[in-house]
Design a protein around this ligand. Structure first.
Ligand code: ATP
Length: 972
């Protein structure tokens, strides 16, 4: 410790938050120190005082009490006080600053300042900081950012779509996988990826009101994304303040109806800017040349102003091919501008599809095929196309396959709806359970027949769906049209049949779907009164909260109810795959609606064969329809994508047959035969036609590989070690619960009052995907998890661990010699949407200097050195740092020069990476644009802009000293 003099500036080692102290009195060995920043005064005894003298070196900047800053050039001493001589940074004038006039609010948070002012951190904190830097750098440059962290099983077709669409700039696509194949999950993965990579920050999800909580929960549970639901009530809260409700949150879920039913809300939604708009159950966006639905108009307005747009529907053709086309137009109005042209183009893909099919097989491509490919190549001038053609019959199977995949990708890019539309089918995904079709014929009560006759009399010769569909719900006709006296369930044989079925399958849960809410309600009453069975009901008359409560009651495995009785709305979007028994209390006319119903159970996650129970009335419209659907288009045992088309083709004949309300085999048989033939024909066409391209596009070739890469990330123990160490250092308690689970809780000894994502009640976490998937209560901690990201930020943003002093016990080095380890960070401050992290994320640069200024970092690794180091107590550490201050100061200057050289290298590398990645993509899109109009100009323009802006920002990258460690050699 140096000699004391009045006016000297010191800092307390144990109370550094008091700020800079000034010696105000010296009485023999007693020293009085005033800390003006806090007004505190302390008495110390010289010799044992935990104090460190604050002194600066040439090259430092010091703030004066008046607020100006001096760049120190020289330090002199007079009467025990330092005088700093240099230049003022505000006016460039030469100036002197006496130690007593230094600003007492000065904060020492730079690593070297803290080292020299005795604020020395523990070695394990220093290590944690360096680890956090290295790991964050590794994470930010990883190609799977945003893809690996979802709490989902690794399903290749989903991963392919998510990677393909999620990595685009403002993706505009239609996700139309068959029911239950995971469109919501795919959309979630895309949103997650776009948010985590900075491509998006504002997202709006529009959906049928009945699905809003399911989405809310899926986004939170699977992706840790906290959406807010904006229904009319919530929006209304902002009316008085005239604030735009849609601008008050970043991630919003809203029922589509609030926009389609209110011009004001639509206007507000359009005024708020969106990076991504998602529309679920997009088949409701009905459009034809004659009539445009309000839902379509609302989305059309939004589609014009939002950047990315995801439309989700399992049944894109449900409202006809024109509507399908119209939805594609929402995605890209320039590409899909005219329906007739679109239809013509669709028909023209056969030749290309034939080639794609051949390439996707193991067959050798003969001379004819090669010729066709070459001529395609000439038309398209695709990069590397011809080179790939030469390798497609290569003896090395891997080479041949790679070449074939490359060509197929190029064909997909250049033809049809390839880049816009994704559709996976059960046939292509495989591995789904069987559907068991269990029809039961029941006698039609005479009362029902009378009711139907009455109805038909009121609608003579009317073969519209509106007139015919009620025949499929005779209980409705009976109750409403004929008799209010005897409740329908007292005469309906389906009730006893149902009770029997339930009795035979006591352990099973039953989802019962009927067309009408009134039927659902009465049915619930019937099973309760007649058989004492409790059932949840779910229909459009209930509030959303009531519906969710009903669904949750049904889902509860321990205390839940056995039956859920739904009206048709229960058949859309909901997840009931934990049940295996489905009862179709009536049959819907439209095959897509039928598929939606079955799809509640036939979904990813269904572990049993599905029992589809169909109680239909003999010799009625239901028998006719069931036979046509089952035998004609096979809509029960399998999904039937072509069913709707055939249904539309045979609509008149089928409705006429149904209108008789009788089963006339001679009349229906030819219809069934025709339907079968047409299905076969369409399937053949699909097989031969453009859909092979669509299928290959949707399934991709990289899904398996992505899944393997994510598995490798999951198995990387580095993350586990890092998080456990962070919990330890920050004072979060950990309790190993076995089965790969750890309970973590805040404690009273936390370093920071708020640990990222950890509430007062604590949580159970797992780093194991399988465990997290099988246990609802467990959080899945992955690299993407906000807790991990929050820890990176917390560690890097604070000063904790930014310096340390250690002893190196190494006899090969002379005692008393020392090393200085410096961790610099090279960083840019580009806007997040440019994704600077992909090219130059904050990059740690480690320099290890010996006393002569030689850099040993390449020879001595961080971990290797760390293993040899011993801790040293704070006081000794501070004495060592103070004693070596001028030398360390000098070495920091030398290290900075080296770090700047490294910065220049990193800038050059990152710019080369930008040119390679974005340049390739720009070249590819430019070439594609010449042959495929589905490349949107904005996609290309924004890539070009991104490239230029990145160049600018990367060149501005700066070097910052992030941490410093003094290592002193001792032989004791
Ligand atoms: N990768 C996955 N891991 C775990 N569960 C999944 C995965 N993909 C889908 N699921 C589950 O499978 C079910 C069906 O998925 P999802 O709801 O995304 O399908 P969908 O195609 O949107 O269905 P619909 O056509 O009925 O709207 C959901 O319960 C979902 O949570």
């Amino acid at each position: 410790m140096s000699d004391f003099a009045l006016g000297q500036r010191w800092i307390s080692d144990s109370e550094s938050d008091l700020g800079l102290g000034t010696i105000v009195a010296i009485n023999g060995r007693r020293i009085s120190m005033l800390f003006p920043a806090t007004g505190d005064q302390r008495e110390y005894v010289a010799g044992s005082a935990p104090l460190t003298r604050v002194s600066f070196n040439p090259g430092d900047s010091v703030e004066s009490a008046e607020g100006w800053t001096l760049n120190v050039h020289q330090v002199m001493a007079e009467d025990g006080l330092n005088i700093y001589i240099g230049e003022r940074s505000d006016n460039g004038e030469k100036a002197q600053l006496l130690e007593t006039r230094i600003n007492h609010h000065i904060k020492f948070n730079k690593p070297q300042d803290r080292l020299f002012t005795a604020q020395i951190d523990r070695n394990d904190w220093y290590t944690l900081r360096y680890d956090a830097r290295c790991m964050q750098h590794k994470y930010q440059t990883h190609p799977l950012v945003g893809l690996a962290g979802a709490r989902t099983a690794l399903i290749p077709h989903q991963l392919h779509i998510a990677k393909e669409a999620g990595s685009r700039v403002a993706p505009r696509i239609l996700l139309s996988d068959e029911v239950g194949l995971g469109k919501t999950i795919e959309a979630g993965m895309i949103i997650h990826q776009q948010l985590l990579t900075g491509r998006a920050s504002r997202v709006l999800i529009l959906l049928p009101e009945s699905l809003q909580y399911q989405w809310l929960v899926e986004m939170l549970r699977r992706f840790n994304l906290k959406f807010a639901i904006f229904d009319e009530e919530r929006c209304g809260e902002y009316d008085e303040s005239e604030e735009n409700p849609f601008e008050t949150e970043q991630l919003i879920i809203a029922p589509l109806t609030i926009l389609s039913e209110s011009d004001k809300r639509l206007e507000q939604a359009c005024q708020a800017s969106w990076d991504l708009v998602v529309v679920d159950e997009a088949h409701h966006l009905d459009w034809s040349e004659e009539a445009v639905s309000p839902q379509y108009s609302a989305v059309e307005k939004l589609a014009k102003i939002c950047a990315g747009l995801l439309l989700l529907t399992a049944t894109p053709d449900q409202l006809g091919h024109q509507s399908h086309f119209a939805r594609l137009r929402l995605l890209d109005p320039e590409r899909f501008y005219d329906y007739a042209t679109f239809v013509k183009e669709e028909a023209g893909y056969k030749a290309v599809a034939d080639l794609a099919k051949l390439l996707n097989s193991d067959e050798k491509i003969d001379a004819d095929g090669l010729e066709k490919l070459k001529s395609l190549g000439e038309q398209e001038q695709g990069e590397g196309f011809e080179a790939s053609v030469l390798s497609i019959n290569d003896a090395d199977k891997t080479v041949a396959q790679q070449a074939r995949h490359k060509i197929i990708r190029s064909l997909i890019d250049r033809h049809g709806t390839g880049r816009v539309l994704f559709r996976n089918t059960r046939a292509s995904v495989k591995g789904f359970p069987k559907r068991c079709v269990l029809p039961t014929e029941l006698e039609l009560p005479s009362e029902y027949r009378a009711a139907a006759d009455w109805w038909l009399k009121r609608h003579p010769e009317d073969y519209s769906a509106k007139a015919v569909a009620p025949l499929l719900t005779p209980e409705f006709l009976y109750q409403n049209a004929i008799s209010g006296d005897i409740e329908w369930w007292r005469i309906d044989p389906r009730i006893d049949w149902l009770a029997e079925l339930i009795k035979e399958n006591k352990q099973d849960k039953f989802l019962i779907i009927c067309a009408r809410a009134s039927t659902a309600l009465t049915l619930e009453q019937a099973v309760r009164v007649k058989f004492g069975l409790n059932a949840a009901v779910f229909h459009e008359g209930m509030t959303i909260v009531e519906r969710d409560r009903a669904a949750a009651w049904f889902a509860d495995q321990d205390e839940g109810c056995q039956l859920l009785i739904c009206s048709e709305i229960g058949s859309e979007g909901r997840n009931f795959q934990f049940a295996r028994q489905l009862v179709l209390f009536d049959i819907p006319l439209n095959p897509d609606l039928l598929e939606q119903r079955i799809g509640r159970l036939d979904r990813i996650g269904q572990r049993n064969d599905i029992q589809i129970n169909i109680p239909y009335f003999a010799d009625s419209a239901a028998e006719t329809l069931f036979n046509w659907q089952h035998k004609g288009i096979n809509a029960y045992a399998e999904t039937c994508p072509a069913g709707v088309k055939v249904f539309e083709q045979q609509n008149d004949a089928l409705l006429t047959a149904l209108a008789s309300n009788q089963f006339d085999e001679t009349q229906i048989k030819p219809l069934i035969e025709r339907a079968k033939a047409e299905i076969e024909q369409i399937n053949l066409q699909l097989e031969e036609g453009r859909d092979i391209l669509l299928e290959l596009n949707s399934k991709g070739f990289d899904g398996e590989r992505i899944a393997e890469d994510i598995e490798a990330m999951d198995d990387d123990t580095q993350l586990v070690a890092f998080m456990l160490q962070t919990f330890d250092v920050y004072g979060v308690s950990q309790d190993d619960k076995g089965e790969q689970c750890i309970a973590i809780n805040p404690t009273e000894h936390m370093l920071e009052p708020h640990f990222p994502e950890l509430g007062d009640e604590g949580m159970t976490i797992s780093f194991d995907r399988e465990t997290a998937l099988s246990r609802e209560d467990v959080r899945f901690i992955s690299w993407d998890h906000p807790m991990v990201q929050g820890c990176f930020e917390m560690i890097n943003a604070g000063e904790m661990g930014n310096n340390a002093v250690s002893i190196l016990n190494n006899k090969a080095l002379p005692e008393g010699t020392y090393l200085v380890e410096l961790i610099f960070v090279v960083e840019t401050s580009a806007p997040k949407q440019l994704q600077p992290g992909r090219f130059l994320p904050p990059t740690p640069v480690r320099i290890l200097l010996d006393k002569a200024g030689n850099d040993l970092a390449a020879k001595v690794t961080f971990d290797g050195l760390n293993k040899q180091l011993k801790p040293v107590n704070k006081q000794v550490a501070s004495q060592l740092a103070t004693a070596l201050q001028p030398q360390i100061h000098e070495l920091i200057g030398q290290a900075e020069t080296k770090a700047n050289v490294e910065r220049d290298n990193l800038i050059a590398q990152s710019i080369a990476k930008v040119d390679e990645e974005l340049g390739d993509e720009i070249e590819r899109l430019t070439a594609l644009k010449a042959v495929n109009p589905s490349i949107r100009p904005i996609e290309l323009e924004s890539l070009i802009q991104q490239k230029t802006a990145l160049h600018e920002h990367l060149k501005q990258a700066r070097v910052k000293l992030d941490a410093v460690r003094l290592i002193v050699v001792s032989h004791n």
